[in-house]
Design a protein around this ligand. Structure first.
Ligand code: HSE
Length: 370
């Protein structure tokens, strides 16, 4: 059994990872040691092979591991990955953070889509394996089969991203904003006119004590069409990631026989808790039937689900609120568009903490145990 060091297991992604690893009995395949940046020496999770939390900043304590899996975040990776590699450590580093994603020596992990690519990378001696951006992983879990079919010219993705993508504290801020609006709007007063209630809501957004410290704006009752930092070309960094990371997973970025598929759109933060949704415009390079599209999509993996394009099935089947906690990736609203016969509309949803973060990492660990 491999000695695996786990870091960041108490954070939000780490906690989801622990839940999934317990549910799938993954700890029976590994000898797990847990590290901490702040509670060294304290009691570790019950699955630990050691009797205390180890020091996540100690190269000496990390070096004894064959595999390190970190959900500790980008700053930790920036600090410790280089130090550990410079010390001569040749183990496998599995990471949730974005820091190493575009490093040519790192492989992005989403095995239902690039399982062969991951195994080829391992055979070639690649040592760094990184989870992709959540919207990218969820997009490819949804339409990866179509993307691999050779039928796609380009994809426009308009995202509807949940508060969880910004972090645990942001999820609480969203709920605080909802609570603030409920408290200050007088909406429970049955004699209050809706326009009066709406005026109360509107003035609440501008109150100095409206809780928007983290988002910098209203997410309850509003949307924020900018995620991550600004780039020179006018994209947000979140928007930039879609094309570079998706093509890296598909292998279209380096394979001379394949074309890089352009992907672009606007990434928007909405008041959902932990499921990201994406409205897609897909330009195909030929006219095909809906059945062909359905077959491409459903043959890709066991988690993608087809939602027929009708209102009754869509309102719940493609609703962020109901996908939460599920590994299913529904794809629906599939229809040809007025733009021309090669243009298709689609919509997909997924839990950004599961396939968007924790699931590809725990599956990478299992690939190492094969
Ligand atoms: N960048 C994502 C978001 C988080 O802000 O929603 C997961 O990659």
């Amino acid at each position: 059994m491999k000695k695996v060091g786990i870091i960041g297991q108490r954070g939000m992604v780490g906690s989801v990872l622990m839940e999934r690893m317990r549910a799938e009995n993954d700890f029976s395949n590994i000898e797990a040691y847990f590290y901490s940046t702040s509670q060294v020496g304290q009691e570790p999770p019950k699955e630990s092979a050691g009797d205390a939390l180890l020091d996540a900043y100690s190269v000496d304590e990390l070096k004894g591991m064959e595999v390190i899996l970190t959900c500790q975040g980008g700053d930790y990776t920036k600090k410790m990955h280089g130090e550990l590699r410079n010390s001569g450590w040749k183990g496998i580093w599995i990471d949730a953070a974005s820091t190493l994603r575009m490093d040519p020596n790192a492989c992005l992990v989403l095995d239902p889509i690039n399982g062969q690519g991951i195994r080829d990378a391992l055979n070639k001696g690649v040592l760094d394996f990184v989870g992709a951006n959540c919207t990218v992983s969820l997009l490819l879990m949804g339409i990866g089969g179509l993307m691999k079919s050779g039928l796609v010219d380009w994809v426009s993705t308009m995202t509807y991203q949940a508060a969880s993508g910004a972090g645990a504290r942001n999820m609480k801020e969203l709920l605080n904003q909802m609570g603030y609006l409920a408290k200050h709007s007088d909406f429970e007063n049955t004699s209050a006119h809706i326009l009066e209630i709406d005026r109360n809501v509107n003035s609440s957004f501008r109150n100095s004590d409206f809780p928007d410290e983290l988002f910098g704006a209203a997410l309850a009752g509003g949307i924020i069409p900018f995620i991550d930092s600004e780039l020179e070309n006018g994209q947000s960094r979140e928007e930039w990631k879609a094309m570079v990371e998706a093509n890296k997973i598909l292998g279209t970025d380096i394979n001379p026989d394949m074309k890089n598929i352009p992907i672009d759109g606007t990434c928007v933060r909405v008041g959902a808790m932990r499921c990201h949704a994406q409205g897609l415009t897909i330009k195909l390079n030929q006219e095909v039937s809906e059945d062909t599209i359905k077959e491409c999509i459903l043959s890709s993996n066991d988690w993608v689900k087809w939602v027929d394009n009708n209102k009754a099935e869509t309102v719940k089947g493609l609703n962020s609120a109901y996908i939460s906690g599920s590994l299913n990736i529904p794809v629906g609203r599939v229809r040809p568009m007025n733009l021309g016969p090669e243009y298709w509309n689609m919509f997909t949803v997924g839990d950004q903490l599961l396939w968007g973060a924790a699931e590809p990492l725990r599956r990478m660990l299992n690939i190492l145990s094969e």
